[in-house]
Design a protein around this ligand. Structure first.
Ligand code: AMP
Ligand code: ZN
Length: 112
């Protein structure tokens, strides 16, 4: 999608700090990290929101990538948080589906 910043990353027009890539998924460090580790996991195809995600195999790959990266980053045993913000009241700013992986500090509940 032409105006989508995450599609520009997939296309190589913007170079994020990539931590993982395969045919379907890209993962990179959030530019405005909210925890010592803050990674975004995205599908390479443009899907605007969680509400638009119909491909259950891709959904599984995205989730599995989060858990693999959490272990790779040394977060798995202590714990981490995965967040998907959906639409305006969910706090979504970038309308290309992304899973936040946050870790390295104590998370609190409820979230803001
Ligand atoms: P959300 O509010 O769930 O849509 O999250 C969007 C996330 O994308 C925010 O945490 C931003 O810091 C992050 N972000 C925006 N632009 C970039 C970028 N160029 N590189 C890395 N992360 C970005
Ligand atoms: Zn996109």
């Amino acid at each position: 999608m032409a105006d989508c910043i995450f599609c520009k990353m997939v296309a190589g027009e913007i170079s994020p700090d990539v931590v993982y890539e395969d045919d379907d998924v890209l993962a990179f460090r959030d530019i405005n990290g909210q925890a010592p580790t803050h990674i975004l996991v995205i599908p390479k195809v443009h899907i605007s929101t969680l509400d638009d995600l119909d491909d259950t195999e891709l959904a599984g790959r995205l989730l599995k990538t989060v858990s693999k990266l959490a272990r790779q980053e040394g977060l798995a045993d202590d714990g981490y948080r995965t967040v998907i913000n959906c639409n305006e009241k969910g706090g979504q700013d970038v309308y290309h589906l992304h899973l936040h992986l946050l870790g390295g500090r104590q998370m609190i509940w409820p979230p803001g």
